[in-house]
Design a binder for this molecule. Structure first.
Ligand code: AKG
Ligand code: FE2
Length: 438
């Protein structure tokens, strides 16, 4: 696969549903690599504590008493992020925080009155907030997750991409594509979600001349977005227990029908690394365009640093984030590769050409080297979030293919003069990586 790859979505004419759980090689070949959505049956989630205890078996509605009992301590307030679905704030809804018990009380009152809700609890870092609770297990097919592996191992911050969403009838998430163009999987615990998904490469139809995007696909101004109606779209009805895989860069809007709880992760791995790289390059170009008028007034070094700062602020990452994620994953994969060579565990059947699985000499890297750079100029925070365990060898593509994909991105960064200067001089990161010429 070339570094800046594109996928062809012209033949997509519907979204597959699998009642029987997919094996990892099936998921890799049919959905991850071609970047296509898939809806999976409830077997994937039926053993989860969240499904067994958070929902009333008789009514199918949230068990508000259990939620209060398990998640709302009597002595302290748990503050949770909420959005006001009736109040637009640029491309998003107005965000604030509120006490979880107060949220559940308000939601239950609306539910009993059969009234629609406007407050949507979203992006609650559930594992981070309730590290001991064990509401669910990440399904094996979604375990090759570099974002959660990397962010939970970072020593300079406590963060992850593992969320819970709770909202009454009528709550919704406006039209968007996910952070960094990452994948998402979303498992419905109760209620129904209506997803409208748009294949990538149609962004020109969703944007106006000032680069604003559509906010609500059910209320589009035809003067502002005259071509939106031409966009190819698919609707998915997601029932309780079902899990939707949302591929990289697919724009979507989500509408909740009835009282809805869902668990989702944003994630990436070697299968969408090229799409992530494209996304950071595009985000950086946007930043450069926005402040182009300042370029002549700045030294080259100040310009590069300012662009990276704005990139981090706008998009949540900069070149150092990508570099550190890739080197962290590379170290772990090389370690697995060496262990695999001695134990010969089965690897996933790669569907992918160009992987010869040849045995090479892969000495274990000093992992500490890549981690020590995290704390160069940031404060180290005490860790609360449990580390997201790396996947087994059988839940990943062939390891040498992963290494070659990571190396292609590392090479790209090393060959970019500005990125290289930023990493070495501002972040103090050494670009020497074992096995790649520097
Ligand atoms: O459930 C929602 O309201 C939004 C979820 C979403 O956008 C996602 O999983 O990517
Ligand atoms: Fe999303």
């Amino acid at each position: 696969m070339p570094l800046h790859a594109s996928r062809d979505y012209s033949a997509v004419d519907g979204i597959d549903y699998h009642e029987i759980p997919l094996t990892y090689p099936q998921f890799l070949r049919q959905y991850l690599e071609p970047n296509l959505p898939v809806l999976l049956g409830p077997a994937l989630t039926q053993h989860w504590k969240a499904r067994q205890q958070w929902v009333c078996a008789e009514t199918g509605k949230p068990n508000f008493n259990i939620l209060r009992q398990h998640l709302c301590p009597t002595t302290t307030s748990v503050q949770v992020p909420v959005a006001d679905c009736q109040c637009r704030d640029f491309t998003d809804q107005r965000r604030s925080t509120m006490d979880l018990r107060a949220f559940l009380d308000e939601w239950e009152a609306n539910s009993l009155a059969n009234a629609p809700s406007r407050t949507y609890l979203k992006d609650l870092h559930f594992v981070q907030t309730f590290p001991e609770y064990g509401a669910y297990e990440t399904p094996d097919i979604f375990r090759d997750d570099w974002m959660n592996e990397f962010w939970t191992r970072r020593s300079d911050m406590d963060d992850d991409y593992r969320f819970v969403y709770c909202g009454g009838d009528g709550t919704f998430t406006p039209f968007h594509a996910d952070v960094y163009r990452s994948y998402s999987w979303s498992a419905n615990i109760c209620g129904t979600k209506i997803w409208t998904l748009f294949p990538p490469d149609q962004e020109h139809l969703f944007r106006d001349s000032l680069n604003n995007t559509v906010y609500d696909i059910h209320n589009v101004d035809p003067i502002q977005f005259p071509h939106f109606h031409r966009a190819k779209q698919f609707t998915v009805l997601q029932q309780p227990g079902q899990t939707l895989f949302v591929p990289s860069g697919w724009w979507h809007q989500v509408q909740n029908v009835g009282d809805t709880i869902s668990i989702n992760h944003n994630w990436c791995n070697g299968s969408n690394l090229d799409l992530l790289l494209d996304s950071i390059c595009a985000d950086l170009k946007d930043v450069e365009r926005e402040i182009d008028h300042l370029k002549d007034m700045m030294e080259e070094s100040e310009w590069i640093e300012t662009c990276q700062k704005l990139l981090l602020l706008n998009s949540g990452w900069d070149w150092s984030t990508v570099w550190l994620m890739c080197t962290t994953i590379r170290s772990r994969v090389r370690r697995q590769q060496q262990q695999h060579e001695t134990t010969s565990l089965p690897q996933a059947d790669g569907p992918i050409n160009g992987s010869d699985n040849s045995t090479q000499d892969h000495p274990i890297e000093a992992e500490a080297e890549s981690f020590s750079t995290f704390i160069q100029d940031d404060k180290v925070v005490p860790r609360r979030t449990p580390i997201f365990d790396p996947p087994l060898v059988s839940q990943q593509p062939p390891l040498d293919l992963t290494i070659s994909r990571v190396d292609a991105v590392l090479d790209f960064i090393r060959n970019d003069t500005s990125a290289r200067w930023f990493l070495e001089n501002v972040k103090g990161i050494s670009l020497r990586v074992e096995g790649i010429n520097g």
